[in-house]
Design a protein around this ligand. Structure first.
Ligand code: PLP
Length: 360
């Protein structure tokens, strides 16, 4: 008997993550591998988080605090909201899945950009919803067109800000004009995974929209600037009403005990965050200049990665770089995304990239 799989699920392709360093080392026998593929913090985790992890290991035989009281309290305190407005996820990825399953019945619509975080479409399809795709305009979310796409069947609108993979942002003014046009049956998902890297003063204060009682959820993560991607923990801040619905589906121990502890410590490590921002800013300057000197025009980025048209087969360049131990991300066609690394890593990337493109 052939397996009976729901056609929506059968239509999905497995998510292809950035290649792990050890795998590439094994495959190619390389001593040195530089991973600039998954927007991880090149400085590593906060030292305070590491200390909290070793303190927490002796109680691993206990279940985690399912309500994650201390971490949620710290987040509520940080963002000046109430405890019942904070929800944790096994990475903010998990919260995207909870949103899709909570709000989408078959055929309901979710609006998203054409070039954005691929998990949105995957979760919408998995929840049997319909993705309504609105093309970016000059590499940025086209918010007026997204508002035009709203129908009576729209339930979710995904806004990735800064956007992955382009690194571009939309301003407070633009988001406010969008929100003014969003009816109350639509939840706006403000995915701000790179929030802590943003330099622009035009960036929205999204927590204010939550406090105004709008139907929005702000997603943040400990995977990027806090350097805890391997632990899987992220959070959402929203209205108590929306959090209450999401909590009905949330697995009770989705945020594990070590992740809760490490995240709490990392949240209080302002020095690590400041250093990470500074290293990223300097590295961004270095990589943008290097690419520009080679004749490319990287798209100005507010995040910890840069998106660039390399005007050649991106897949081939990706493969050639891989053979030299540099992992970048091929997105599509001639577009690649490169995470900003440490100074030496950026230098090595630029040197290898220069060699590779001259042979393509
Ligand atoms: C990295 C990233 C996330 C966060 O993923 P986690 O599941 O928290 O590791 C969410 N959204 C975007 C756009 C990202 O790039």
């Amino acid at each position: 008997m052939p397996l009976k799989v729901h056609p929506d699920i059968a239509s999905l392709s497995p998510y292809v993550p950035g290649k792990p360093i050890e795998e590439l080392q094994r495959e190619l026998g390389l001593a040195r591998v530089i991973k600039l593929a998954s927007n991880e913090n090149p400085l590593g985790p906060s030292p305070k988080a590491l200390a909290a992890l070793s303190d927490g290991s002796s109680t691993l035989h206990r279940y985690p605090d399912g309500g994650a009281f201390r971490l949620r309290e710290a987040l509520a305190d940080r963002w000046k909201v109430t405890l019942d407005q904070v929800i944790l996820g096994n990475g903010s990825d998990e919260i995207l899945g909870l949103l899709a399953r909570t709000f989408l019945a078959p055929g309901d619509e979710a609006i998203m950009a054409d070039q954005t975080f691929v998990i949105y479409k995957m979760e919408v399809t998995a929840a049997h919803g319909t993705s309504v795709i609105v093309p970016l305009k000059q590499w940025r979310h086209d918010l007026p067109a997204m508002a035009d796409a709203i129908t009576a069947r729209t339930r979710l609108l995904f806004l990735c800000n800064p956007n992955n993979p382009t690194g571009t942002m939309v301003s407070a003014d633009e988001v406010e004009q969008l929100l003014a046009r969003v009816p109350s049956h639509v939840v706006v998902v403000l995915d701000e995974a790179y929030f802590e890297y943003v330099r622009s003063r035009q960036f929205p204060d999204s927590m204010a929209y939550v406090k105004q009682g709008r139907n929005v959820i702000v997603l943040r993560t400990f995977s990027k600037i806090y350097g805890l991607a391997g632990l899987r923990i992220g959070y959402g801040v929203t209205t108590a009403e929306i959090a209450n619905f999401l909590n009905r589906l949330r697995p009770p121990f989705n945020a594990n005990s070590l992740a809760q502890r490490a995240a709490l410590a990392a949240l209080g490590d302002d020095e690590h965050v400041a250093r990470s921002r500074a290293v990223n800013e300097a590295g961004m300057g270095q990589v943008v200049k290097g690419l520009t000197d080679l004749g490319f025009a990287p798209i100005p980025s507010e995040a910890n990665f840069v998106y660039v048209d390399i005007r050649r087969d991106g897949r081939k360049v990706f493969d050639a770089m891989l053979r030299e131990g540099i992992i970048i991300r091929h997105i599509e066609g001639s577009m690649v995304r490169v995470t900003i690394g440490l100074e030496e890593e950026n230098m090595e990337f630029l040197a290898v990239f220069k060699r590779v493109i001259h042979s393509q």
